[in-house]
Design a protein around this ligand. Structure first.
Ligand code: TLP
Length: 352
């Protein structure tokens, strides 16, 4: 599949969020049996939630509008006002979710340094857990991100997550995983996604990234947790009505789009190899479908000029600020698109 705009093929590598519903998804959406999901009446949403819970090895799941809403609802459900949540300093929840947990939930974020592989060191987590003291907020939650977006799409291993879960639980804390791309992690590590989710009290994963659905995420956890989360979803305006139209695409994501993620990872590796050979560009090791690279010190061109020059050649990517860029592979990018993107980058860098 390819994006065609004004008769031209566009190689859109800005994110896996740009994926459009596949023909099979559109057909499933057209034919979806629906009801009012706030009354619990939408059979397609109910089916998606049951499938998601089963895939993650949890008792229940809740369909939410976005990854941001999934994380927000999870934090609102685990924490009360004045509670503290331990978050990686490079985590999407800390950097890119508009401070929702603090703004809407009065939840105090406690930053712990992310290592380049996306982990938080166990001693750092331990040191961040508050003791009982009238001066302190109460620590309630530890959050991990898998794969870790800003740590180069690195997947976190089950053993690591297990160790964090044990540490959290031994202090009476909960563990939440932002698993926006947890299926990329499972495919890259060749494990059942259940193993990655097992230590967590809650996990959020996105349908609308590499799995290609137009909208939606699932928050999964114990039945009692999801019962409370449903109330919090309503509170933030996320109780949708005939949402089966959207859930229908999500069912196609879960049944048809998971195994093919390996192709996106292979395409990302090919991009990495190609970029590594372009003078003036320095690429990071690739683990899943996210590729990060930067200008070498001698390059004079600005980030904006690079992005614009590629846009003129029908290739889109994200500038991440000072001299850094991200390209993301997904189901609308094939091997030919990768070669076109590399050709365009070579040409632009020759003129840099
Ligand atoms: N990430 C987007 C942008 O917001 C940066 C992207 O293009 O990568 N957790 C993680 C790890 C994410 O990467 C994202 C989105 C979210 C949560 C939020 O998901 P949405 O966009 O559905 O709210």
């Amino acid at each position: 599949m390819a994006f065609i705009k004004d008769g031209k093929r566009i190689v859109d590598l800005r994110s896996d969020t740009v994926t459009q519903p596949t023909p099979e998804m559109r057909e499933a959406m057209f034919n979806a049996e629906v009801g009012d999901d706030v009354f619990g009446d939408d059979p397609t949403v109910n089916r998606l939630e049951a499938m998601a819970a089963e895939r993650m090895g949890k008792e229940a799941a809740l369909f939410v509008a976005s990854g941001t809403m999934g994380n927000l609802v999870a934090l609102l459900t685990h924490c009360q006002r004045g509670h503290e949540a331990i978050l990686g300093d490079q985590s999407h929840t800390f950097l890119n979710e508009a401070g929702g947990a603090a703004a809407l939930g009065g939840i105090h974020p406690r930053m712990v340094k992310n290592q380049p592989d996306g982990t938080l060191l166990l001693p750092d987590i331990q040191a961040a857990i508050r003791d009982e003291n009238v001066h302190h907020p109460r620590t309630r939650l530890v959050c991990l991100e898998n794969t870790h977006n800003y740590c180069f799409g690195t997947p976190l291993r089950a053993e690591y997550t297990q160790a964090v879960g044990e540490l959290a639980h031994s202090h009476g804390l909960k563990l939440h995983i932002d698993g926006a791309r947890i299926f990329n992690a499972a495919v890259a590590l060749c494990v059942d996604v259940k193993e990655l989710a097992a230590p967590a009290d809650s996990i959020q994963f996105c349908l609308s990234k590499g799995l290609g659905a137009p909208v939606g995420s699932l928050l999964c956890g114990a039945r009692a947790f999801i019962y409370e989360a449903r109330r919090n979803r309503k509170m933030v305006g996320g109780g949708m009505r005939q949402a089966g139209v959207l859930a229908a695409a999500g069912i196609v994501s879960l049944t048809k789009m998971v195994d093919r993620l390996a192709q996106d990872h292979a395409n990302a590796r090919r991009l990495m190899q190609g970029i590594a050979e372009i003078p003036g560009l320095v690429v990071e090791p690739v683990h899943t479908n996210l590729v990060f690279f930067r200008f070498a010190p001698e390059v004079k061109m600005s980030e904006a000029e690079f992005v614009q020059a590629l846009e003129q050649r029908d290739v889109r990517l994200l500038s991440l600020g000072p001299r850094r860029f991200r390209v993301v592979t997904h189901c609308w990018i094939d091997a030919d698109d990768i070669e076109s993107a590399l050709d365009a980058m070579r040409e632009v860098m020759r003129k840099a």
